[in-house]
Design a binder for this molecule. Structure first.
Ligand code: GLN
Length: 445
């Protein structure tokens, strides 16, 4: 009741939700009222949650914020939803995003623009902007987002909340509508680091239905919150505090570094020399994979169908009218990059750059426990400021994209304000070592 009351109060101005599921949620809540006694060991029991609209929820509309999927009701749940439902969470609704998770501001949604709760003239970030804004505005204690190039961390940073991109392979993507399959990961957005660990604990782990999900045991994330970071080795890549990073953001990160040193951590400057090529490589790889993944939206199998004289016409009309500008831009870029004659020059080259980026991370993390820097080079920008300039929009992910290319886990945790808007600090760890990110962030928080 209090979640819906809060949504009622603030969502007219924030616009975080695309779909609410009030009657089902309320009946689930009354059902759970009867079961409290038997479920004392379930930490998420009865907790209301919001889910990004690219994660399948059986019987609850899942649109990916695309007009093309305006009427799409999934017949099954994503694995993460099955796991959370077993824990008796309550899904209150589905959250706005950039269409098919392509974007950094929520301005690419096919429905409406979500506003930043700290200042509604500003974007909440993206693509999981609805997921971050709903937590920041106190509508729900936790949400799920997805992160292909920064889509959990950057909005978490812009909205002043905690967002984790788990290691590639840590959380099943079965039932996540694929954008770029070699990069996509689902993760939690929460108000505190501890809450984040509670959610990851439930969604992490191997799943036969996602062949990229890795079969390594799930550690206890809660016990990482021990408070002590004495002697921990932290690396700060010089490239992460160079040109393009706002002075106000830099200042907050430098203050955070001092705090961590005060807690006993040892902080040194390092270099990730190939990260400067990450955005270029990402837009080749992510667009190529997107062009293949989005081929399934043909007007026949899913969603809205636009009529035409013959089958090709139906495809054409459905895709022309159903997809927004940015999605079409990516499909064209990706199709071009994969075409005969260009494959070696673009796709293959980008894959090689990706390997170099991964090796940079491996090398630094061989001698350090975590890498630290800002999550984004700026705080939230004004709605309308970047939307007509895709290149500026793309470079906002310059600090998050390298991590997706490498596959490592990364956490964004709030670290102060600049000009009244939240700044996020990014912590990057070794594959499958989310625990150490929680440990540092919790000690800092
Ligand atoms: N902003 C990046 C993009 O537009 C990342 C998106 C994401 O992580 N889903 O591709």
């Amino acid at each position: 009741e209090s979640a819906y009351q809060r949504i009622q109060e603030v969502d007219d101005s924030i616009n975080a939700f695309l779909t609410l599921d009030e009657s089902n949620a309320m009946s689930k809540a009354s059902e759970l009222d009867e079961k409290v006694a038997e479920n004392g060991d379930q930490p998420l029991f009865g907790i209301p949650a919001g889910i990004k609209d690219n994660i399948m929820t059986a019987g609850l509309k899942t649109t990916c914020a695309s007009q093309l999927l305006d009427d799409f009701d999934p017949i099954h749940n994503a694995t993460v939803m099955e796991r959370l439902n077993e824990q008796n969470i309550i899904t209150v609704g589905k959250l706005n995003m950039d269409e098919f998770a392509m974007g950094s501001s929520n301005e690419n949604s096919g429905y409406h623009v979500t506003k930043n709760p700290w200042n509604t003239d500003y974007v909440p970030g993206g693509s999981s902007g609805g997921s971050a804004a709903a937590v920041a505005a106190g509508q729900v204690p936790f949400t799920l987002g997805s992160d292909t190039g920064g889509s959990i961390r950057q909005p978490a940073s812009f909205c002043g909340v905690v967002g984790l991109k788990p290691t590639y392979g840590r959380v099943s993507r079965y039932g996540l509508v694929a954008f770029a399959s070699s990069l996509d990961q689902i993760g939690p957005i929460t108000r505190t680091v501890e809450d984040n660990a509670y959610v990851l604990q439930q969604i992490a782990g191997h799943d036969d239905r996602d062949s990229t999900s890795v079969d390594v045991s799930v550690p206890n994330y809660l016990s990482a919150m021990e408070g002590n970071i004495n002697g921990l080795r932290i690396a700060v890549p010089k490239e992460f505090l160079e040109e393009g990073v706002d002075a106000g953001v830099k200042e907050q990160i430098q203050t955070a570094i001092k705090t961590l040193e005060g807690l006993g951590a040892e902080v040194n400057e390092v270099s990730l020399p190939n990260s400067q090529y990450a955005v270029a490589a990402y837009y080749i790889l992510a667009s190529s994979e997107a062009s293949a993944n989005l081929a399934r939206f043909d007007g026949i199998r899913y969603g809205v169908r636009k009529d035409g004289d013959d089958l090709i016409d139906v495809y054409k009309n459905t895709r022309s009218e159903g997809f927004g500008e940015e999605v079409k831009r990516r499909i064209m870029l990706g199709t071009f990059a994969l075409s005969t004659g260009y494959y070696d020059a673009y796709y293959k080259k980008a894959q090689k750059v990706r390997t170099l980026i991964r090796e940079d991370f491996n090398q630094v993390l061989h001698s350090y426990d975590v890498i630290l820097g800002p999550t984004a080079p700026t705080t939230a920008f004004k709605i309308g400021d970047n939307i007509n300039d895709p290149l500026t929009m793309y470079t906002n992910d310059i600090l998050t994209i390298p991590v997706n290319l490498a596959g490592n886990p990364a956490l964004s945790v709030p670290c102060g304000f600049s000009n009244g808007l939240p700044v996020g600090m990014q912590l990057i760890g070794k594959p499958f070592e989310e625990r150490i990110l929680y440990r540092v962030a919790h000690a800092y928080e």
